[in-house]
Design a protein around this ligand. Structure first.
Ligand code: IMP
Ligand code: MG
Length: 376
């Protein structure tokens, strides 16, 4: 086995076919035990496309009566501000009152499997069992119980045995891992703060001082639209229809910014991630290049001060609507509601760094510099 090239990335051998087979033997044995006296016929539900190979291998080991069905989840409907809502497509078997054994290739954040499990229960399934070939325990944070896990792996991007990178690599019988022979030495910072915290000003000064690349999702979108790229045109038509740009588009832009700047000291993300789901996706993007979020620089400002700053700004800029207390309070509430899960996510990873955001621009900047300096 050696390196394989899929599009622009190399992958190296990680789990051999023999190892996979014996993990499947073991998990199939457990399922056979659990279902040997089962009164009824369970439905084995293959989640397309990734689980095709695993489902085939698993099912031929089953020695109890079972039916096979398959389902596909719409790839995305997530948008920048709405949560992700998923739909299932192509379920042709009636599942009301049935026991379903869902077969997945890999559980990462667990979003897919929890959504699917919920949908199946809503559709009247009597019981839903989950069987996955692979689990990334470091990433999985859901409460849903995973009944059968064949193998646990570290938080790295893999392909083969049904799993893909941009639809490629599903055909390999071994599992391969993204080759990160050259470790990523770039640092990844996020800047965080309520409206009126002076994030923009501070970000501009920080990138200048430390030679970082400023990545603002708003700027990126405007740039793509102005350049009339395919992505820009898509974004534009969505925005013009009053719709939001899907997470996948934003994440794609971020991934290409990272790739396009191999020589910077680091990145400062501004305006992203806005939701916990995006934070998880950012982790996945960074895991793909061997990096991780080093620090979340958070400007803490009391709500009362935020309130005054927004009102003051609206007055100066002559936006009478924005001076209404309920409008301002609403913006502050939205900020808290949306960012709190993101803050909790990074606190959990031990990278959340808060500094006092009150004081003059220079005072705040020097605190930010002292903090950032620790990482560079
Ligand atoms: P989750 O919803 O975050 O649990 O992600 C599950 C889905 O993400 C899987 O069904 C795969 O399609 C995809 N995925 C997650 N990690 C990997 C990986 O390492 N390689 C290929 N696909 C992956
Ligand atoms: Mg899948």
């Amino acid at each position: 086995m050696e390196k394989i090239l899929l599009k622009d990335k190399y992958f190296v051998p990680y789990i051999s076919y023999e190892k996979i087979e014996s993990a499947i033997d073991a998990v199939a044995e457990r399922i056979n035990q659990d279902f040997k006296d089962f009164d009824g016929i369970p439905i084995v539900l293959c989640v397309l496309n990734g689980s095709i190979v695993f489902t085939g291998e698993l099912m031929k080991r089953f020695n109890f009566p079972c039916e096979l069905s398959s389902v596909r989840l719409s790839s995305y409907e997530g948008t920048l501000s709405m949560g992700v809502t998923r739909r299932i497509l192509g379920l042709t078997t009636a599942i009301k009152g049935r026991t379903v054994i869902v077969v997945e290739d890999i559980v990462d954040t667990g979003k897919t499997i929890t959504d699917l499990s919920e949908i199946l229960r809503e559709a009247g399934a009597a019981d839903v069992k989950i069987c996955t070939l692979l689990l990334k325990p470091e990433v999985y944070k859901k409460d849903l119980k995973l009944d059968y896990v064949a193998m646990e792996i570290e938080n790295r991007f893999i392909v083969g045995f049904g799993l893909d990178y941009d639809q490629l690599g599903r055909n390999y019988k071994d599992i391969y891992i993204l080759d990160t022979a050259k470790p990523d030495t770039r640092k990844y910072f996020l800047i965080f703060g309520p409206p009126g915290a002076g994030k923009g000003t501070q970000a501009a000064r920080l990138v200048e001082r430390f030679g970082l690349k400023h990545v603002s999702t708003g700027d990126l979108l405007r740039r793509e639209m102005a350049a009339g790229t395919e992505l820009g045109m898509q974004a534009k038509s969505l925005i013009e229809k009053g719709m939001l740009v899907p997470d996948e588009v934003v994440e794609g832009m971020i991934a290409s910014e990272i790739e396009a700047n191999p020589d910077v000291k680091g990145f400062l993300f501004d305006g992203f991630p806005r939701t916990a789901a995006q934070a998880e996706h950012l982790d996945r993007i960074l895991a793909g290049c061997g990096g991780k979020v080093d620090a979340v620089l958070s400007l803490a400002i009391p709500d009362k001060t935020v309130f005054e700053r927004i009102r003051h700004r609206a007055e100066i800029e002559n936006r009478p609507d924005d001076t209404k207390p309920e409008v301002i309070q609403n913006r502050i509430d939205t900020y808290h509601a949306k960012t709190e899960p993101v803050v909790a996510f990074y606190k959990g990873k031990g990278v959340y760094r808060e500094i006092d955001g009150t004081g003059t621009i220079d005072e705040v900047f020097s605190k930010l510099c002292a903090l950032t300096d620790n990482y560079l």
